[in-house]
Each structure stands twice: as structure tokens, then as C-alpha cells.
Write a protein that binds this ligand. Structure first.
Ligand code: UGA
Length: 359
């Protein structure tokens, strides 16, 4: 990287690929609020970022990484954040080939271009690269945990395989300045979609349970809801990114982020999915001012019945958060209940008034 990343420097433009997505839209707003930087944003969808389209510091391109001319353009900027991905498990079975193109072919092309131009590529990978973790597995360590992905016949693992290969590719490119982020179940406003309104299929669990609550339908517990996740507020995720950017202000600290992968998660928020369902029922009842007994209950479904043939699961996804704390001084802070309250409040308001609008 040639420039130092002073937050006050208005000559800096950061490229944000996937700026219109869930995480991208929060990061975009934070960059405008906390820095003087300009943003070159790329996405196929702009409905989450309508408020920024007229901002003179923002250039938006409705496109994706399948176009090589777009890839070359993005790689001209000193810092490139790649958030673009197909990342809903509901799609990993029926659309495995497209999932692999989106999560391996496209980021690989971008990595090649960044290696040629000298840009710093901050690539969003996934906690799912840790694979088919068992119920009693311990904290997942970035540079030590063994990785077991399920068999090829379980195409749930198409996504994790593609993401892991991308990480290996970045690590193998001699000339690339890279940092990898592994998100652990980020939640917050604008996560995923409401089926039939602004998306089709099965979103991730937070949006799925929120949809069921709003529609008065039962919450589906896949295989009994025994799998555990550490739900992490998207605001903590944005703070993590600013810890990374801050290192870019000090060339002497760059070594602590370059060629490194980081778990970004909140280990204190670990919960089995069945308990998440009960928590969300209770938060929903209090937000609506109704008794919990009036809120829809839960129903157990099998994974294959719900998602289709080839579904499989990670039973525990607990991040070790030591590396991000040690190298970047980052620790997620927002408790689960607070994150769920914010997300559900937003979901209820948004879908009672919102008309979707795509670019
Ligand atoms: C997904 C993605 O595959 C990961 O890449 C991504 O990192 C992760 O989300 C994330 O958000 O960080 P997963 O955690 O399995 O992985 O996604 P969800 O669809 O949110 O499922 C979480 C758990 O809830 C799974 O055990 C699933 O079977 C269960 N689930 C999901 C239900 O019990 N009911 C539902 O309606 C939906």
C-alpha cells in the first residue's frame, strides 16, 4: 500500500465491493461518518443504501465481479474491501455451482488484480470455513484449528469449500497484500430479507425467525435447534474494521494485519438455536406489548426436509477472539439481547412500511 490511511485525508478512495449488502451498508455509513474518505462502491443492489446515492463522496456502480473490466477498475484503489458473496445456506445445495463461482472464481480474479496493482485487499471470508464442527468442539483458532468439511454429496459444504480455497489462494499469491475477516453470525438491521417481499428462499436464522414472528407462523427448529452459534452485532463488526483501518494509518503496524486471518465474533453471545428462538419470542412479545403466550411457538423440522437434500450443519461455532484482541485491540461488546432487540425492532418497522427498490 502506498498511502497511509489518515481518516481526515479526503484524497483517499476506498473500494467497497458488496457495499449494498447487509454488512456493506453499515460499513459504508460508518466510513462517511467517521472519515473524510471517498468510496467507490460496487453492488447489484442499492436499496439498502439509497440515502447515500447522492453523496458527492460516493460513486456507485451497479455491477458485479463477473465483469473483468469492473475488477480492473476496483483494483485501482489503494484499499479494497470485498464483501460480495452468496452466503445463505438455503442456496448452497440447489445452486452449488453458482455459489462456488461467486465465492471462489470472482474473488480470485479480484485478488489477481490487487496483486498486480499493489492494493490492500481486505477479504470477507466466513466462520463456515471451520467446517463440520462437533457439538463438543472448543474455540476455533485462526491458525491452529483442524478443518473437516463434509462429503461432496453433502453440498452444504460447497460454500465453505469455495471460501476456504479463496483464503488459500490469497495466502499463496506472493505479491498480494491481504487480510481475511471471518464473520461469526453477524446480526442487525438489514440482515438478509423477508421471503416474498425483498428476496426469495430461506434467509439465515435471524431473518427467518423474525419473518415467522411478524407473520404469526411457527419458528422452525432445524434438527431440534441444538446447533450453537455466537451471534455478533454488525456494529461490533464495523468497529473491528476501523481497528483494521487504524493500523493502515501506521505503516509500522501493518505487519499485524497483513497476511493474517481474523475471527470476528462475540464468544459471550453463544446460544443454541432453540434458545435463540425462545429469546426472540420473548423480545418480540415485549416490543409488541403482548403476552408471550400470544406469540407463535416452535416446531421441529429435519434439515433435509427444510433445506433440501445435501443439507448438513456445524454444531458449534465458537470463535477464539484472542488474536483480534492481541493484534488489533478489538473485542466485541454488544450483548445478545441488545443485538436482538435492535434487529427485531428494525425488522418490524421496516417491513411494515418499506417498499423495495433495486438498482
Ligand atoms: C451461515 C453461512 O453459511 C455462513 O457463511 C455465515 O458465516 C453465517 O451464516 C453467518 O451468518 O455468519 P449458519 O450459521 O449455519 O451459516 O446460518 P443460519 O442459516 O443462520 O443457521 C444457523 C443455525 O440455525 C443452523 O443450525 C440452522 O440449521 C438453524 N436454523 C436456521 C433453524 O433452526 N431454523 C431456521 O429457520 C433457520
Amino acid at each position: 500500500m502506498n498511502a497511509t490511511l489518515e481518516f481526515e485525508d479526503s484524497s483517499i478512495t476506498v473500494a467497497l465491493v458488496g457495499c449494498g449488502g447487509f454488512i456493506g451498508s453499515h460499513l459504508l455509513r460508518a466510513i462517511f461518518e467517521r472519515t473524510c474518505w471517498r468510496v467507490f462502491g460496487v453492488d447489484l443492489d442499492s436499496y439498502r443504501i439509497q440515502e447515500h446515492l447522492a453523496n458527492p463522496r460516493f460513486e456507485f456502480l451497479c455491477a458485479d465481479l463477473a465483469d473483468p473490466t469492473v475488477v480492473e477498475r476496483i483494483a485501482q484503489f489503494p484499499v479494497v474491501v470485498n464483501l460480495a458473496a452468496i452466503c445463505t445456506p438455503g442456496r448452497y445445495m440447489a445452486e452449488a455451482a453458482e455459489v462456488i463461482r461467486s465465492n471462489y472464481d470472482h474473488p480470485r480474479a479480484l485478488a489477481d488484480a490487487c496483486a498486480r496493482s499493489g492494493s490492500w485487499l481486505i477479504h470477507f471470508s466466513t466462520s463456515e470455513i471451520y467446517g463440520k464442527t462437533a457439538a463438543d468442539s472448543g474455540a476455533l483458532l485462526e491458525d491452529e484449528s483442524e478443518i473437516v468439511l463434509g462429503p461432496v454429496s453433502a453440498s452444504r459444504w460447497s460454500y465453505a469449500t469455495a471460501k476456504l480455497l479463496t483464503e488459500r489462494y490469497l495466502a499463496g499469491l506472493a505479491d498480494l497484500n491481504w487480510t481475511v475477516v471471518r464473520p461469526f453470525n453477524f446480526v442487525g438491521p438489514f440482515m438478509d430479507f423477508m421471503p416474498g417481499v425483498d428476496g426469495e428462499g430461506i434467509p439465515r436464522v435471524l431473518a427467518n425467525f423474525s419473518t415467522a414472528l411478524v407473520r404469526g407462523e411457527t419458528l422452525k427448529l432445524v434438527n431440534g435447534g441444538a446447533a450453537k452459534r455466537c451471534f455478533t452485532s454488525v456494529h461490533d463488526a464495523v468497529d473491528f474494521m476501523f481497528c483494521v483501518f487504524a493500523v493502515g494509518r501506521d505503516p509500522e503496524r501493518l505487519e499485524s494485519v497483513l497476511s493474517q486471518a481474523f475471527n470476528v465474533g462475540n464468544a459471550a453471545n453463544e446460544v443454541p438455536v432453540a434458545e435463540l428462538a425462545q429469546l426472540m419470542r420473548s423480545v418480540y412479545a415485549s416490543l409488541k406489548g403482548i403476552p408471550e403466550s400470544a406469540v407463535p411457538g416452535v416446531e421441529i423440522v429435519s434439515g433435509e426436509e427444510y433445506y433440501g437434500k445435501g443439507y448438513d450443519d456445524s454444531l458449534r461455532r465458537l470463535p477464539s477472539v484472542e488474536k483480534a484482541e492481541r493484534l488489533l485491540g478489538f473485542k466485541a461488546k454488544i450483548p445478545l439481547k441488545e443485538a436482538l432487540e435492535e434487529s427485531l425492532r428494525w425488522f418490524i418497522n421496516h417491513y411494515s412500511t418499506h417498499e423495495t427498490d433495486v438498482c
